[in-house]
Design a protein around this ligand. Structure first.
Ligand SMILES: [Zn+2]
Length: 499
C-alpha cells in the first residue's frame, strides 16, 4: 500500500454551492469510516462560521485519524526543530497568536499539508529534498498561509445550505474511499468532475495567495524570499527526472509556470537579508536520513566513502553523519572520534551535544555525559530535546526523582506536549508512584484528544491514591484535571448531539 499520498480534494458538489470543499486528506492504509469519529460541526445550518472551539475539535479528530494511518516521528530533536522553526514563522505571520502544531511524517515522498486548526505536517522526504533551512521555511510559510487565510475552513464554511455535520460526513467518506488511491481518484472524477475549470481556478487562487502571504512571512522571519522559487524549481526538476512520478507536493499544491514567475517577480520587492546558518537543518536532515539505510553498517560505509570524496564545505556534516552511523552500529567510542572534533566549531549546538553525550553514556562515561548535558542546559534551559535526554540519562542512573524534577521544569515551559507526560508516567512507574503515573498518563491521552481514556486514567489515579494514604496536593490535582476533562467531554458530546 502506498502510504502517505495526499489528496487535495476540491469538489463542486452541485450548482447550488459555490466551489465548496477543499481538503487535504490522507491516502493511506485501509480505514473504516466508523473509525474516523469526526465531531459534528454544529447542526444549526445558519451557523456557517465554525467557532474556534469547533475548529479545535475538528483538528483533534483529524490528528486522531492521521495517527492511525501514518508514522509521526517522535524523536525529540526532530520534533523540537520543526516546532521551533514553525512557531518562529507563525510569530512573523499575519496571525501570530493562532494555534499551530508542526510535525514530521516518516514518508519518502515530497509533501506537506495543512489540516484544520493549524495542524501542519511535513514529510521527511520533503526535508531531504530541501537544500537549506530557508527552503524548508518557505514550504512551512506557505502552509501557514493556507491556515491564516482560512482556505480549508472557508471551503468548509461556504457550504451554507448544509449542516457542518454533513460536511464532516463527506470528509469521512472521502477518507474511507481513499483507502485505495484508485478508488479515491475515481470518486473525485465523479463527484468533483462537474466543474474542472473552476476547480483549477479555485486552486490557483489559493496557491497564489498562500505564496504571496507566505513570502511576506518568510521575509519577516529573515529568510530570503528567493528560497520559495528555488524550492519550486527543485520540485519541477525532480518531476522531470523521475519521469512519470510527480512529487506529491505538486499534486496537492499545483505548480504552474505563472506561479513560479509570480514568486520570482516578487522577490525584488524585498530588502536583502543576511544568510542564515544551515548547520542545525543539516544535522536534522542527517538524523532523518540514517534510518533509511538497510542497516547501520551500510550507513557507515556510505559516510566513509562520501567523506573521502567530499569538499571542505561538506566535511563537517558528513563527519556528523558518520558519527551517528557508528553510534547506531554500536561503536560509541568510534562515534566519539568523529563527533568530538566537531565541537571546535560548534561548541554550543544542542543536537550535536546530545549525540555526543549519548555516545559517551553508551561507552560507559555516564558522568561525563551528564555533566555535558547539565552545562548546555544552562544555555538552553527550555530546549525540550535536551530536557528529555537529560531525564533519560538520569533514569539510566536510576535517579528517578531528579529525572522527574527535570521533566516537570520542562512541562512548565511546554505544557501541551504529550511526549513529556508519557516519559513522566514511565518515570513515576519506575519510582513506584502509581497515582502520579496514572495522572501523567491521563494528561498524555487528554492532549492527544482521547478524553475518554484520559478520564479512565484519572479513575485509576484516584483509586491508587486512596491506597497510598492522604495526599491533598495529589487529590486536588486529580480534581482539577477531572473538571478540565469533563468540561471538554461535555463540549464533545454537545457537538455530537448537534449532528
Ligand atoms: Zn498550497
Amino acid at each position: 500500500m502506498n502510504m502517505g499520498g495526499y489528496l487535495y480534494y476540491i469538489a463542486r458538489q452541485s450548482a447550488s454551492f459555490t466551489v465548496s470543499f477543499s481538503l487535504l486528506l490522507l491516502l493511506g492504509s485501509p480505514l473504516q469510516a466508523a473509525e474516523i469519529r469526526l465531531p459534528s460541526l454544529g447542526g444549526d445550518s445558519s451557523a456557517s462560521v465554525m467557532t474556534p472551539q469547533q475548529e479545535l475539535l475538528l483538528g483533534e479528530a483529524f490528528m486522531r485519524s492521521l495517527r492511525q494511518q501514518i508514522e509521526i516521528i517522535e524523536q525529540p530533536e526532530i520534533q523540537h526543530y520543526i516546532e521551533t522553526l514553525g512557531q518562529q514563522l507563525v510569530s512573523q505571520s499575519d496571525d501570530p497568536t493562532a494555534p499551530f502544531e508542526f510535525f514530521v511524517v516518516r514518508d519518502d515522498s515530497i509533501n506537506a499539508f495543512a489540516g484544520p486548526a493549524g495542524k501542519i505536517g511535513i514529510h521527511s522526504g520533503l526535508i531531504e529534498k530541501a537544500e537549506s533551512e530557508g527552503e524548508l521555511a518557505a514550504v512551512l510559510a506557505h502552509e501557514i498561509a493556507h491556515v491564516t487565510q482560512r482556505h480549508l475552513m472557508r471551503a468548509l464554511e461556504s457550504r451554507q445550505n448544509q449542516s457542518l455535520q454533513t460536511a464532516a460526513t463527506v470528509l469521512a467518506t472521502i477518507i474511507a474511499a481513499s483507502a485505495s488511491p484508485q478508488a479515491g481518484e475515481a470518486m473525485i472524477a465523479t463527484s468533483a468532475g462537474l466543474s474542472l475549470q473552476q476547480q483549477i481556478n479555485f486552486t490557483r487562487s489559493n496557491e497564489q495567495e498562500a505564496d504571496r502571504v507566505g513570502m511576506q512571512t518568510l521575509h519577516n522571519a529573515e529568510y530570503a524570499p528567493k528560497n520559495m522559487s528555488a524550492f519550486f524549481k527543485r520540485l519541477q526538476q525532480a518531476s522531470r527526472h523521475d519521469g512519470e512520478t510527480v512529487p506529491e507536493y505538486l499534486r496537492t499544491h499545483p505548480l504552474s509556470l505563472s506561479r513560479i514567475a509570480d514568486a520570482e517577480s516578487r522577490i525584488g520587492q524585498y530588502a536583502p537579508v543576511s544568510r542564515r546558518s544551515d548547520e542545525e537543518f543539516q544535522r536534522i536532515r542527517t538524523l532523518l536520513k540514517i534510518p533509511q539505510f538497510t542497516n547501520p553498517q551500510s550507513a557507515v560505509r556510505h559516510y566513509q566513502k562520501a567523506l573521502q570524496q567530499s569538499s571542505l564545505e561538506q566535511q563537517q556534516i558528513l563527519q556528523f553523519g558518520l558519527g551517528i552511523a557508528l553510534q547506531q552500529a554500536e561503536a560509541p567510542k568510534q562515534a566519539l572520534q568523529q563527533l568530538l572534533p566537531l565541537l571546535e566549531q560548534q561548541p554550543e549546538a544542542p543536537t550535536l551535544l546530545i549525540q555526543i553525550a549519548r555516545s559517551e553514556a553508551e561507552s560507559g562515561a555516564t558522568q561525563q555525559a551528564l555533566q555535558r548535558i547539565r552545562e548546555i542546559s544552562r544555555i538552553y534551559p527550555t530546549h525540550r530535546a535536551l530536557a528529555q535526554f537529560h531525564a533519560e540519562l538520569l533514569q539510566q542512573q536510576r535517579q528517578f526523582d531528579p529525572a522527574i524534577q527535570r521533566l516537570q521544569q520542562t512541562i512548565a515551559d511546554h505544557p501541551t506536549h504529550p511526549a513529556l507526560y508519557q516519559q513522566l508516567a514511565t518515570l513515576h512507574t519506575l519510582a513506584n508512584h502509581p497515582p502520579e503515573s496514572h495522572l501523567a498518563l491521563a494528561h498524555y491521552h487528554f492532549l492527544r484528544g482521547e478524553t475518554k481514556v484520559a478520564l479512565q486514567q484519572l479513575d485509576y489515579a484516584e483509586r491508587a491514591s486512596k491506597k497510598t494514604g492522604t495526599n491533598f496536593i495529589l487529590f486536588s490535582s486529580i480534581d482539577e484535571r477531572r473538571r478540565e476533562y469533563e468540561s471538554k467531554q461535555a463540549l464533545e458530546k454537545a457537538e455530537e448531539k448537534h449532528g
